[in-house]
Design a protein around this ligand. Structure first.
Ligand code: C2E
Ligand code: MG
Ligand code: MG
Ligand code: MG
Length: 286
């Protein structure tokens, strides 16, 4: 009996694996064509300037309109895209599309608007990254000072020359380097001195319970103080409640991003919801 069950477990495991692997391969094959078939779309999530209450920046967040699966979120396709290195052409497409959109918005509507784009560590392993960034800026005419590139702490653990050189080159171009999900990785604080970091993004796991959990509140306060002392900008992610927004403003946080202020949305949707001088808060999308 035990033997029988062991066998069944094994069969079960093997089937699960097979399903998993085929799905991944299928996903990868579909993803390979996604750019050329025009299935990718950049969504934009607003960030509020906590001093003025105005729109400070938008973060570009990738969406995939899959012909059969419908809307696929990055959590499901970025990891396989990184494994297959498809993130390189996809990341390049995102950067070009978002820079073009931002240049148009700055010309027509919001002259001071800034753009945040996520970069995968895989993109840093490839020699062409700097040329891609430079040409996305040239092509669109976007001011490099309006661009923030978000990387995670893991990248700063990478001591390869190619990464260090790329970060130095981006900084020299006037681009701001932003540490995403700050506080959840493994990097030591030394990296904040060693690398040309310009901004920290407090991870939403610390923001979520900050009103109830003294530990989370202490972490948020500490990150904000650290940013102030190092002359860095600080953005809080995952703000869903007005009380969190008030707390962060009081604590001296510069910017906030989260569902309270707006979910990631298409360029058209963002324009519609912010037209006619409606403030960011009145568009909260609960
Ligand atoms: P991230 O860069 O930390 O982006 C923030 C994520 O938090 C987004 O998820 C956003 O929709 C979500 N979020 C924002 N506000 C709230 C809130 O108030 N509550 C909750 N529960 N969630 C909130 P999304 O769009 O699913 O993206 C997930 C991750 O995928 C991103 O995390 C980023 O690491 C990655 N990603 C997205 N687009 C790209 C891209 O173009 N390139 C690369 N390399 N990675 C990307
Ligand atoms: Mg991000
Ligand atoms: Mg983040
Ligand atoms: Mg996050």
């Amino acid at each position: 009996q035990v033997k029988q069950r062991g066998r069944n477990d094994f069969e079960f495991f093997r089937n699960e694996m097979r399903v998993h692997i085929t799905t991944l391969l299928q996903l990868e094959r579909d993803l390979r064509h996604a750019v050329e078939r025009d299935e990718l779309e950049v969504f934009y999530q607003p960030q509020m300037d906590l001093r003025s209450g105005g729109l400070a920046a938008v973060e570009a967040l990738l969406r995939w309109h899959h012909p059969e699966r419908g809307l696929v979120l990055p959590g499901d396709f970025i990891p396989p895209a990184e494994d297959s290195r498809l993130i390189v052409p996809i990341g390049e497409w995102v950067l070009r599309a978002a820079c073009r959109q931002l240049a148009a918005w700055r010309a027509d509507r919001w002259p001071e608007l800034r753009l945040a784009v996520n970069l995968s560590p895989v993109q840093f392993q490839q020699a062409g990254l700097i040329d891609v960034v430079r040409s996305a800026l040239d092509e669109s005419g976007l001011d490099p000072k309006a661009l923030e590139l978000e990387v995670t702490e893991g990248l700063l653990m990478d001591n390869r020359d190619i990464t260090l050189q790329a970060l130095a080159d981006l900084k020299a171009m006037g681009i701001r380097l932003s540490i995403d999900d700050f506080g959840t990785g493994y990097s030591s604080l030394v990296y904040l001195k060693r690398f040309p970091v310009g901004q920290l993004k407090i991870d939403r796991s610390f923001v979520r319970d900050l009103l109830e959990d003294r530990g989370d509140a202490a972490i948020c306060e500490t990150i904000i103080a650290l940013a102030r002392h190092l002359d860095l900008e600080v953005v809080a992610e995952g703000v869903e409640r007005i009380e969190q927004l008030d707390w962060l403003r009081e604590a001296g946080c510069h910017r906030a991003q989260g569902y309270l202020l707006g979910r990631p949305m298409s360029a058209d949707a963002l324009e519609r919801r912010l037209s006619g001088g409606v403030g960011l808060l009145s568009l909260g999308s609960a």
